[in-house]
Structure formats: C-alpha cells, structure tokens
Design a protein around this ligand. Sequence first.
Ligand SMILES: Nc1ncnc2c1ncn2[C@@H]1O[C@H](COP(=O)(O)OP(=O)(O)OP(=O)(O)O)[C@@H](O)[C@H]1O
Length: 328
Amino acid sequence: MTALLEATGVSVDYHRRGAPALRAVDGADLSLARGEILGLVGESGCGKSTLGRAVVGLQPAAGEIRFDGRPVVPLGRRRRDPGMRGLQMVFQDPYASLNPRRYVGDQVGDGYLLGGTSRPEALRKAGELLERVGLPADAARRYPHEFSGGQRQRIAIARTLAAEPSCIVADEPISALDASAQASVANLLVDLVRELDMGLVFISHDLSVVRQIADRTAVMYLGRVVEVGPTRELWSSPAHPYTRALISAVPRADGAGVLPVELPGDVPDPARPPGGCRFHPRCPLALPECSRDDPPLVALRGGRSVACVLQTPGEPVRPLATRRKDAT
Ligand SMILES: Nc1ncnc2c1ncn2[C@@H]1O[C@H](COP(=O)(O)OP(=O)(O)OP(=O)(O)O)[C@@H](O)[C@H]1O
C-alpha cells in the first residue's frame, strides 16, 4: 500500500541563544495510509508536537517528508505551501486559532474561499460543515466566545475540513477539554476519518484514548520513534521496554492491570542525550552493548517495527522478560 504521508529520517534542531542546539526530533520515521489513524505517544518533551509540525510543513526539518507522493517543503513557522491544502493540522487550543471578532461561519468559510468558491456558496457550505461537526444551525452567526471548549474544537475541526483535507495531524486535540467533551470530540474525529477516508495522526499523551481509537501506534522517546505497530498487538506484546513501561502506567478497564514497570530517573535532557540506546540508563533490560550501540528502527514480523537489540529483524516479537537476568 502506498503511504498517504511518509516521513523518513526526520530531524529538527532548535537553536537557542547562549545554549547548544537542541535536537528535538532525531531521525524519526512515520508512515500513514489513507483511512488510517496513527496514534503518536510518548512522555512530555519527547518531540511529538515538533514531529507533527514538521510533517505538515510548519517546522523546518531535515530528512524526507512526502504527502501523496509529493515532497512537503516548509516555508516557515506560519506559512505553508498552498499546494498542501490536503494536509492540515488541528491544534490543542482552538481558541488561539479563532478570531474572536469574526462570525464563526465566516471563519469556517475562509477555507472554501481559498479554494476559489464564491462567498455565498462558501457560507452555505460552512453552515453544512458546522452541522456536520455537531453544532447547532445558528452557530455560523455567533462568535467563538459564545461556545464551550469542546464546541470551539468542533469549530476548528470544521474550519480544517473546509480545506477538504485527505490527511489531518491533530496535536493533543482533546487534552484541553473536559472529560465528556474529550470523548465526543475523539469520536467525531474517528467518524470523519472513516466517512471521508482521510488519514489521521493523533498526537496524545493519553494512551487510553490512543488505545481506543488508533489503528496503529507509534511510540517516541527522546526525539526518536522507538516502536510502531498495530495498536492491539503493541499493547498486548510490547517489543520495546519503554513501550512496556509506558503502557504499564495506564490503568486497565478490567482492573487486571499490567505489572507496573518502575523506570529509574527522569527523561534525560534532550540537549544531552545519552550515548548508545537513548533509553539504556532507564531500561530494566539493558545489556552491556546498549550503552555503546544505538539501535535503528527495524521491521519485525506482523507490521511491527522497533529500535531495540532484544528483538531480531524479520522475526515475530520476542516477549520481553520481566527482569534483566531473564533477558538472555
Ligand atoms: N521553540 C522551541 N525552542 C526551543 N526548544 C523547543 C521549542 N519547542 C519545543 N522545544 C523543546 O523540544 C523538545 C520537544 O518538544 P515537543 O513540544 O515537540 O515535545 P512533546 O512530546 O510534544 O511534548 P508535550 O507533550 O509537552 O507538548 C522539548 O525538550 C522542548 O522543550
């Protein structure tokens, strides 16, 4: 299957005055098919947002990014290639991206105007989109402040849909919402992906939501994608010790719980990542070579990929031992 969105070896450096450059994303790979939801997870600061912005062309990056077979070329932090209308981003804070002094309908209709539609037609279509995302018919003639947080995120999603995208990268789209709005906005995104056959990258630190909605999940640690695979399999048999630690911290609905894996220490400073495997200082299964060798992301069997010496390329996932002495 050809990928709708494909990122290979993407790296992003932030240059800071008086401090060494910070490599927030370091050689990350991602791919997304049409009609697919890819969850992108990892602890705060691991580079999820930076990678998300890079793949839509809002963040200068090294490496190769292709959308629908065409290279994504970043023009700057705010400007995007007009030819990339099909690739859109939804942000955590919808209020920041809405103009408080313009009617919601006009703001949603802007996307159609950019596509060459007449103004009356753009307004009519904006009204339809607002209804499609679950807002009342009179929403078009109201201002953003008249809506709740969840409703504003629906407005932002409607505005994104006016560009008729085939791929959306949503960066923590539900994190700022209350619990009931979180579920309904997540469900809306899933419905839209299925109905419009779009691709969705869903960036979140909330693994339980990703587990419910993502077809595949990519796990990031310190700027790298360390594991990718079908969500269900990744959850039932994590291939990377970090994935296991991350998911073990999530309570299970059936109360069974996975044995929590305690990780020593904090996430290291991304400006000074450890040598060898970046996870080795915290890894309960680290081998002597892990402090020396930096494992690449390799394909296993069953659509899984992992960056860990405990797994063998081309083989099925080897269950992880619980302690280091069980590892050999
Ligand atoms: N504009 C910037 N200038 C300098 N450093 C930055 C900038 N934006 C992000 N960073 C740093 O880059 C690293 C990755 O940040 P990023 O926001 O991409 O991570 P994240 O996984 O999305 O985290 P969070 O979930 O907290 O948003 C962090 O160490 C962060 O402090």
